[in-house]
Design a protein around this ligand. Structure first.
Ligand code: FAD
Length: 407
């Protein structure tokens, strides 16, 4: 008898899991439940292209035809409220029971709520889904000044979208640097300059005290007492995995749903992937990782056991007249050596080396230049025999490309 695979959640991990299951098992029934109205879409666009037509097919991860061709039954606008692992069933909000042979939980995450007074005023948004993005745009239609809280990739891209939509933008970041997880001091300072040159008022190294207003937002008060008048606040300050679905089950959780190397939870036949899962003590919260985890979970649910191995994190950033990439480990405290090359302020590349291997790179060379760096990091090309003390980055990459050919 054919098996029934059930996936809860409609994000990137769910889509890639469904395809992996279909590739392994042609006869299976695959059911994918999402509480959202839309087919699974590219969530990243909600910050990058906030003011594009988010209802367009281009925003979808896969068009309707893909689900039809692969016989993946996507049921939108259905929230799953309960999992019963003893009877291998899930229950929808309308109390429909659905049985599973194998279950995958891909419920993603919710944006962490800003822990300050005034966060519930109207005009305060944190964009995680299409509905929130559309609501925020509608609210701002006849308004001008937005305060963006959080200077990570998502916050910066959101700020850039508002800037391009001709809004007046102020930005607040608790850290002393923008995008501190992906950039070094040099590139972060350049980013700061670009953001300020665009006319954005930047407040670094400071948090907020409260959001002020009666019913609607009127201002933000910083921790030092300064007040920034504004019409709306949009924040992105981290995520909380959506684990409430497993409350009352025996599935183990910590910050996320704990999974082993095969992305299995502590309960038989139940897997988890993407932002909701915690693998090796970490909740990844990254698009590429969610995609890979979905695929591996799908393979493990329906095919040969395959361990999950995390891919190298890649951040591509194109905003505020800056095109940069940051790949792999770029933490100032974790490398043995770094080589930087700059012919001008805006031509900068820095590679990070550990144990004679390239482990990370930050570069303003433009996305197209990222491929050899990524290959060298992925494949762990040895830099033995290269005089790293005197080598320029172009010499280094010439040699690395030769070595890659022999890999
Ligand atoms: C605006 C924005 C910008 C981002 N930019 C980047 C970036 O530049 N780079 C990067 O690496 N990452 C980025 N991310 C993070 C990235 O989008 C996530 O890591 C990725 O989407 C996680 O995929 P997922 O499949 O685990 O979950 P999600 O995409 O969160 O999808 C989970 C889905 O499950 C649904 N769901 C939840 N509970 C239930 C339930 N009980 N029943 C039915 N459905 C349910 C949710 O509504 C949602 O549709 C960004 C995120 C946002 C919000």
């Amino acid at each position: 008898m054919s098996k029934q695979y059930v996936i809860i959640g409609g994000g990137v991990s769910a889509v890639h899991a469904a395809k992996a299951i279909r590739d392994q098992d042609q006869a299976a029934t695959i059911l994918l439940f999402t509480e959202e109205y839309s087919l699974p879409y590219n969530r990243i666009k909600l910050s990058k292209d906030l003011y594009s037509d988010l209802g367009s097919e281009k925003v979808l991860i896969k068009k309707q035809k893909f689900y039809h061709d692969n016989q993946i039954n996507v049921r939108t606008n259905i929230k799953i409220e309960k999992i019963d692992t003893d009877h291998q069933t899930i229950v929808t909000a309308s109390k429909e029971q659905v049985t599973y042979d194998k279950l995958l939980i891909c419920t993603g995450a919710t944006n962490r709520k800003l822990p300050v007074e005034g966060v519930n005023l109207s005009g305060v948004y944190s964009i995680r889904n299409m509905q929130e993005a559309n609501d925020c745009k509608a609210y701002l239609q006849d308004k001008k000044h937005v305060v963006v809280i959080g200077g990570g990739v998502q916050g910066l891209e959101t700020a850039c979208s508002f800037y391009k939509a001709d809004k007046m933008v102020s930005m607040i970041e608790l850290d002393s640097h923008l995008m501190s997880r992906q950039l070094d001091e040099k590139t972060s300072l350049l980013m700061k300059k670009k953001v300020e040159d665009a006319g954005i008022h930047l407040y670094l190294n400071i948090g907020i005290n409260s959001i002020l207003g009666n019913e609607q937002v009127e201002a933000v008060q910083l921790q030092d007492g300064r007040i920034i008048p504004c019409d709306a606040v949009v924040y992105s300050i981290g995520i909380i995995p959506n684990t409430e679905i497993v409350e009352g089950t025996k599935i183990n959780t910590n910050r996320g749903i704990i999974v082993n190397d095969y992305l299995e939870t502590s309960e038989k036949h139940v897997f988890a992937a993407g932002d909701v899962s915690e693998w090796n003590g970490k909740v990844e919260g990254l698009w590429g990782r969610a995609m890979d985890q979905g695929k591996i979970a799908g393979i493990n649910m329906a095919g040969t056991p395959t361990p999950y191995e995390p891919t190298i994190p890649v951040t591509i950033f194109n905003a505020f007249d800056l095109s940069l990439f940051s790949i792999g480990m770029v933490n100032e405290n974790q490398y043995d050596k770094s080589i930087a090359c700059e012919s001008s302020n805006e031509c900068y590349t820095r590679v990070f080396i550990k144990n004679n291997k390239m482990v990370g790179v930050i570069s303003l060379e433009g996305v197209a230049a990222s491929t050899p760096y990524l290959s060298a990091i992925k494949q762990g090309v040895s830099l033995e025999g290269i005089n790293l003390e005197q080598c320029s980055i172009s010499d280094l990459m010439k040699e690395v490309k030769d070595r890659l050919k022999n890999c």
